[in-house]
Write a protein that binds this ligand. Structure first.
Ligand SMILES: NC(=O)c1ccc[n+]([C@@H]2O[C@H](COP(=O)([O-])OP(=O)(O)OC[C@H]3O[C@@H](n4cnc5c(N)ncnc54)[C@H](OP(=O)(O)O)[C@@H]3O)[C@@H](O)[C@H]2O)c1
Length: 179
């Protein structure tokens, strides 16, 4: 199934500060949950730490780390190579959401087929983690959704040769059936 990047980004491309999200928007958290439920989520170890031992419910949680880890959660799987994610995705009936942070987005840049980006109406002071530059260069918007609170979600698809954009809708209604 598809490899989809999902991120919430401020006006300057910032996504994190001090190991955390630099904002708290319920509407975006709800949207993230709806969008990713029933699918696999791939995160870097620092993002896993930010979840404070609470795996994302109703999703397989893949955590990338070069270290070996033991986990007590059946839905959390540690992987030492990002290529394993690509192998697993090839065999999966669910989509694979790359949920960050910056190092992890960078690793999967060549493989992401779609981006789901929430534009956050803030400019965070002293942010320390940013989206990779030009990550949307080969993508075009094909849907926009207003979440309220000034949050705008844009759904992007990779532009194919000849400028054709493959359309898709961020329809999460069937997600649970894929779990
Ligand atoms: N706004 C958003 O949408 C959003 C989403 C997610 C996260 N964030 C924020 O982003 C920040 C964290 O991002 P980050 O870039 O610092 O870290 P990250 O991508 O979450 O995690 C980095 C870690 O992933 C592991 N890793 C990286 N490359 C690897 C590879 N090739 N093979 C195996 N493991 C690999 C390493 O873990 P080891 O050191 O254990 O080897 C590395 O330290 C936090 O502030 C978080 O809140 C924001």
């Amino acid at each position: 199934m598809a490899i989809v990047g999902i991120a919430a980004v401020d006006r300057n491309g910032a996504i994190g500060k001090d190991g955390k999200l630099p904002w708290h928007y319920k509407a975006d958290l709800r949207f993230f949950k709806e969008q990713t439920t029933g699918h696999s989520c791939v995160m870097g170890y620092r993002t896993w730490l930010s979840l404070r031992d609470v795996p994302l419910k109703d999703r397989l949680n893949f955590v990338l780390s070069r270290e070996t880890h033991v986990t007590r959660f059946p839905s959390v799987i540690f992987l030492t190579h990002h290529e394993s994610v690509l192998e697993l995705n090839d065999r999966s009936r669910a989509d694979t959401y790359i949920i960050g942070g910056a190092e992890t987005y960078r690793l999967f840049l060549p493989h992401v087929e779609r981006w789901v980006v929430t534009e956050v109406p803030l400019a965070i002071d002293n942010a320390d983690t940013f989206m990779p530059e030009n990550y949307l260069d080969e993508f075009a918007v094909n849907e926009t959704r207003d979440l309220g609170d000034g949050l705008l979600v844009k759904f992007y698809s990779r532009r194919h040769k000849g400028g054709v954009v493959q359309t898709w809708r961020g329809d999460a209604t069937q997600n649970l059936e894929r779990l």
